[in-house]
Design a protein. Sequence first.
Length: 260
Amino acid sequence: MDSLPGSLSLTVEDEVAILTLSRPEKRNALNMETVAGLAAFFAAPPEGVKAAVLDAAGPHFCAGLDLSEMTSIHTPMASVTHSRAWHRAFHEIEFGMIPVVSVMHGAVVGGGLELAASTHVRVAEASAYYGLPEGQRGLFLGGGGSVRISRLIGAHRVMELMLTGRTLSSEEGLALGLSHYRVADGEGRALAVDLARRIASNSAESNFAIIQSLPRIAASAPETGLMMESLTASFAEGSPETQARLAAFLEKRAGKVTRD
Ligand code: 1HE
């Protein structure tokens, strides 16, 4: 395992990188070093890596913004600069070159939920719970949650969570779409690695098209989205790999779509 700047640990297994938030003594609260470390990693993943798992050490996935950093933020400009740095980092995750599977457990709160919302597939362990305690702290969302978490569960629910400070359980999070999977405690990482391996076995062009185009198409006016869909399909389907994959299916050498 390698240590990366920003209290991040990295393991690479075949084509899958496992990046772990590794500041459990502070419940993986996100300081600027970690935000910068995430940005740097996802801007340039290691050569040959086709998918990533984002995991976290200790009893909680992430306690959100490192509140100790806020004591040095006294001006609107300092605050907006801070928020924009988070935006750049989470943009590198959402619109980077590789799909990311997150594994959530314990507290997934504030900026921790914003971080998870920027990943493409989310696995929750039973212990996971979600909250947006910004109201209690005198803060607002600053890591893209207004857009990304609202897209997942609706702005009205984000508003209610922020106003009341209540938390959602892992069952509620699964029902609402905060996670795609819910598994027993201790089983999240193995599932995430398995999913990342499956994702890594797709064509790189398809994965690129899925993570780059789909959210943008979905956010477009329908006619623009349909045009973008056709252009994206022409990109994804235009590679020799597609022809090889189609031939493999037609010659009965490829796997079928069976029930999981
Ligand atoms: C922290 C942070 C943090 C823990 N910043 N230091 N986020 C919050 O409002 C969540 C605040 N944290 C908590 O509610 C709890 O820490 C937890 C429920 C996550 C975990 O509780 P617990 O009992 O396991 O741990 P702890 O004893 O509270 O924390 C262990 C240490 O981590 C302790 O430091 P120590 O030096 O006394 O050992 C805590 O102070 C420290 N710690 N969380 C700094 N967040 C881009 S805008 C995003 C806006 C937000 O994210 S708002 C939400 C902020």
